[in-house]
Each structure stands twice: as C-alpha cells, then as structure tokens.
Design a protein around this ligand. Structure first.
Ligand SMILES: Cc1cc2nc3c(=O)[nH]c(=O)nc-3n(C[C@H](O)[C@H](O)[C@H](O)COP(=O)(O)OP(=O)(O)OC[C@H]3O[C@@H](n4cnc5c(N)ncnc54)[C@H](O)[C@@H]3O)c2cc1C
Length: 563
C-alpha cells in the first residue's frame, strides 16, 4: 500500500522527509534542501525561457474529419492516383489554382507570411526555401496537395511541429502542413486528436478532462512526428510509448485515398505507422488514443557533485530500468565548452504518493552511497508537471508556445545537433570511465557562444518493454535505457565553433560504440548514420519496405532516410 508523507518522515536523519508544506486540495511541495527546481527532459527544448545552458545546470531540459471504414474517399475528381503528369513545373496560374482548391491557405515565396511559413523549429534550416506551404484544414486539402505534387512531380514533405533533427519536414517543393488540423476531443476512455496538435496543447486538452496519454517533453513538438516514430515520455514506463496508445488513425496516402487504419482495417499500415517514422507512408490527419486517468504526479530533481558521477551512473543504471512502472527517470550529464566542472542530475516522475516516491529515491541514494547535494521533490498537477518538463514551469499554456504560434508565446526557436543510442546492458566501470571522459572533453573544445552539450539517458523497461518487438514497427523493446547526445549553441553563432562542438559530439558518440546496442531512435533522426535501416528498425525493416511498396509504390514520400 502506498505510504503517506508522514509515514516516511524521519526527522533528524540526513535527507529525511521534512513535513510537507501542504496546501489542502492543491499542490504539495517538499523541499529536502535548497530547492533545485528545473526540468529534466528527454530532449531539451533549449529555446525555453526556463532553461539554461548545461553547466549552469537547469537541466531541463478539429480534428480532421473522421473517415468511417477503410477508405473514406479521395480529393474528388483530383484523386492523385489517377492524376496525369504535367510536362513541366507548375506555373503561377497552377499554384493559384491549387490555392483556390484548398479550404486552407497556400503561402508562396514573396507572399506575406512566407518567412514564418517556411520555418522549422531549428534556425539552422532557415536556408530552406519551399516552393509552397499549404496549411491544410482537412484530409481533402491534403489529398488535393498530393494530387498536385504527383501531377507536377514535385518533392513533398509533411510537417507538423517542425522538429525534425535533419530538417526533413521541409523540401524544395510543397510542405503539407497539418497544424490547422489540431484539437483534442475526449470521449470516455479515448481521445481523438488532430494530427497538427502540439504537445503542450495535447496535454492541456487531455488534462482538462482528467485524462493523459504518454508523450514527449518539448511543448512545441508535433503529435504527428512524435507518434509516428514512437514517442518516449515521462510516463512511458507506466503507459508505454505514445504510439503504443494509438487505437486508430486517419491517413491520406500518396494515391489521395483517405484511409482509416486500426487493428482490423489497413492493419499493415496501422502497424507501420506505430514506430515506422514520420513522412514515410502518407500524411496522417488524426489519431485516436487510449487515455489514462490523471491525478497528482510527483516530480523530482536530484544533483550530486561531479566527483560522485561514476557512483551515480552505476547506481542509476541498476535502479531506473528495474523500478516499478510508476517511476520514470532520466540521468543527465552536461558540460560546456571552456566551462568549469560538468554537472550530473537525476530527474523524473512518480505516479503515486510522495512517501512511495521517497522510498524509491532512498534506494537510489543507498546505491550511490550518498544523498544528493541538491534534492527537490514536488507533488503537483499533471498539467503543471508537463509544463515543468517542457521548461515552462513559470509560464501559462499560451505562453508555452512560439510567438508565431500564439500571441502570448514566450518560447524561442533553438539549434541543436542530436545523436542517439540504446543500451541493453549496464555500462561496465570502463564504459562509465569513457562516458565521463566524453562529457569532460567538451570543456577543452573552443565552442560557439552559449555552447553546451551532454548526454541524457532515459530509463526504459516497464510498459515499453512488455510489447513484442514485432507487434508494432517500433522495435527497441529490450533496452535498459536510451541515450541522446546533444550539443546546442546560441542562435546566430559563428559556424566554426558550432562545427567544433559537432565534432566533439560525433567523437563522443563514437567512443561509446563498444557499449551501446547499435540501435538508434528513429525520432532522433541522424543523417550521419550509415546503417540507419538496422539502427532504427532492426528486424522490422523488411516488413516496412513491403508496406511502403503497397501504399507508396512511386515513392512520392521520400527523404534521405525514407523507408
Ligand atoms: C527539442 C526537441 C525535443 C524533443 N523531445 C522529444 C521527447 O521528449 N520524446 C520523443 O520521443 N521525441 C522527442 N523529440 C523528437 C521528436 O519526437 C521528433 O523530432 C519528431 O519527429 C518531431 O515531430 P514534429 O511533428 O515536431 O516534427 P516535423 O519536423 O514536423 O516532422 C518530423 C517527421 O515526421 C513527418 N511528419 C510530420 N507530420 C506528419 C504527418 N501528419 N503525417 C506523416 N508524417 C508527418 C515529417 O515529414 C518529418 O519526416 C524531440 C525533438 C526536439 C527537436
């Protein structure tokens, strides 16, 4: 049975649970020492006003029309599969005709709003200039766009939150933007969600009904890109990946057909869309998710001195992947070019009582052999927890957006290189030494202004690993933890410092080859990966190619690492 706070309090002992400062019916805050607030993210959203550079140690890091049946229809007479190919590129008149055919809007170079319309989240992709950006309002708009790109043989890319680490939601041709198809509609135990919904709006819409679906941390990440590649979040050990919670989805395939996919209808495409990666099989317009009840949730952030880092890593990797499902945590090691001592932090969530969370943390402290120097634990509402994890602890939901997304938005775009690994075995003491050296070596790099870097390990196990590797396209079901190597810099920094940070990251990742499984997370797309088919999809890749051949035989949807 779950303990209460008073059950656990042992005044007088170092790190004992102090009396809760409770505000009845509201949040309970427990500060074991000087509060070390901050967010511990799966992947940092460093554009957040609430986050700071590593080393400074804030580690934070409607819906589309529904289609009944297998195939709801196509774009009227312009069904892409039957569209004749034009002999040359589209003229201005052809583009104007496309704009007229859309319920949504089309933005072209030179038109008002083009500069914003072409932007992705990362300013390093601002050099990309699509020929058009279509803001689709419904699946028929998407089908109309697909007919157009087929007719003129134009490159096309689906775009939701624009967070692709390689910029693959942009193109020289037509961007099919789904963000006007957003919104959350909750009914009983399910939620139908427009494919253009951003994560913070997803959480806001769900928690208004007392429901939750596991998802990622960054508030401006799109539900479509996240879900199609898996979706790892702060309650994944309890409720699985985002994609594990999809009951059904609607997608417009390259032939212009609007298809419903679920366990019994288009089941092969349904399988592929749960982990097969964004941008491969069509443009998803809505998802229906299984939801879970929400209540208060515990957040915790724990720091140790860098001198204890080897012990913390060793303890964390034996504790985090094997903890009860209710406990999720990550381990973040961060440094800065030319910076002083790196930092190490464990952050996480617990679904349950403060006392039960505290008991779990005590097991970690015992394994480390010392209490954290800066412990923080808070019981809070689900929505506030998602805001904290997003790096928006002191912001409203409206403020937790880019200014281009919401007039109140205070979030900023930011730049980052990312690489990933999965680990199926604990790191040996030698591996831990290599890891520490890799982080420390960033201090010797002459980086860019505002430069930072590090590695964040996310605990796996629990519900994620109880799904068979072939049950959905997401194959990584045996990992103890996943790692993301990141490096960031101030927007507008000179290229040379950025390049040196990038070289550091690549070399660090290379040094970890003997210890990692060789798999990589398909949502952290990495253009460097030579054997990406195996790394992202393993034994599922062959089946993915069959689905691709069935639904997109002409490869209308393609990019450098497309199935
Ligand atoms: C700052 C940051 C934080 C992150 N945090 C997390 C995290 O906590 N957990 C996690 O699991 N991942 C995280 N990620 C990775 C994230 O899940 C992927 O980058 C994801 O692909 C982003 O989706 P998007 O819709 O925002 O991006 P986009 O760039 O819009 O899309 C990504 C890919 O999906 C395709 N796509 C987009 N919309 C559709 C659609 N409607 N139909 C079909 N294909 C589509 C695009 O063509 C592109 O190939 C993070 C990434 C960043 C940059």
């Amino acid at each position: 049975m779950a303990e209460t706070a008073s059950d656990s309090a042992e005044p007088g002992r170092p790190n004992a649970l102090p009396s809760a400062v409770a505000s009845p019916g509201r949040r309970t805050f427990l500060r074991f020492a000087a509060a070390a607030g901050g967010a511990s993210l799966l992947s940092s959203c460093s554009g957040s006003p609430g986050s700071s550079a590593a080393g400074g140690t804030t580690a934070a890091r409607t819906a589309a029309g529904t289609a009944a049946g297998g195939t709801a229809g196509s774009a009227g007479s312009a069904a892409a599969g039957r569209t004749a190919t034009a002999s040359g590129p589209p003229s201005s008149a052809d583009w104007a005709a496309l704009a007229k055919d859309l319920s949504g809007s089309l933005v072209r170079p030179g038109e008002a709003g083009y500069t914003t319309a072409r932007e992705l989240f990362d300013p390093r992709f601002d050099s990309l200039h699509p020929a058009g950006v279509a803001y689709c309002r419904n699946p028929h708009d998407v089908a109309t766009c697909l007919a157009f790109v087929r007719r003129y043989r134009l490159p096309v890319a689906a775009r939701c939150g624009g967070h692709s680490y390689a910029g693959w939601s942009s193109t020289s041709g037509l961007i099919v933007d789904v963000t006007k198809m957003s919104g959350v509609s909750v009914s009983g135990g399910t939620a139908t969600v427009g494919a253009g919904t951003r994560l913070i709006d997803f959480y806001n819409g769900l928690t208004a009904h007392g429901r939750a679906v596991p998802g990622g941390s960054c508030p401006t990440v799109g539900i479509a890109g996240l879900t199609l590649g898996g979706g790892v979040g702060v309650v994944s050990r309890a409720y699985g990946l985002t994609s594990d919670n999809v009951q059904s989805l609607q997608i417009v395939t390259a032939d212009g057909q609007i298809r419903t996919c679920n366990a019994s209808t288009n089941s092969d495409l349904f399988w592929a869309c749960r982990g097969g990666g964004g941008g491969n099989f069509g443009v998803v317009t809505s998802f229906t998710f299984t939801t879970h009840p929400t209540g208060e949730i515990i957040l915790f952030f724990l720091s140790w001195p860098w001198s204890q880092a080897a012990r913390v890593i060793s303890a964390w990797q034996s504790w985090a992947p094997h903890a009860p499902d209710e406990l999720w945590s990550n381990l973040h090691l961060a440094a800065a070019p030319g910076g002083s001592v790196p930092s190490i932090q464990v952050g996480g969530t617990y679904i349950g009582s403060v006392g039960a969370a505290y008991a779990q943390l005590q097991r970690l402290y015992a394994a480390v052999g010392s209490d954290p120097s800066s412990p923080f634990l808070e019981s809070t509402t689900w929505l506030h927890a998602m805001l904290v994890e997003a790096g928006c602890a002191s912001l409203s939901v409206d403020q937790c957006h880019l200014p281009t997304q919401n007039p109140s938005g205070q979030f900023a775009r930011s730049s980052e290189y990312a690489k990933s690994d999965f680990f199926t075995k604990p790191l040996s003491s030698h591996g831990i030494g290599v890891l520490l050296s890799g982080v420390e070596s960033l201090q010797q790099v002459s980086g860019a202004p505002g430069g930072a870097g590090g590695i964040a390990f996310d605990a796996m196990g629990g519900a994620v690993n109880r799904v068979a590797p072939g049950a959905t396209a997401y194959v990584h079901r045996d990992a103890l933890f996943q790692a993301q190597y990141t490096t960031t810099w101030a927007v507008g920094s000179g290229a040379a410092g950025v390049a040196r940070q990038h070289a550091w990251q690549r070399s660090f990742w290379q040094s970890m080859r003997p210890y990692a499984s060789g798999q990589a997370y398909q949502n952290y797309v990495d253009p460097d990966l030579a054997n990406w088919q195996q790394a992202y999809y393993g034994a599922n890749y062959a089946r993915l190619t069959q689905v691709k051949a069935a639904y997109d035989p002409d490869r209308v949807f393609t990019f450098p690492q497309a199935v």
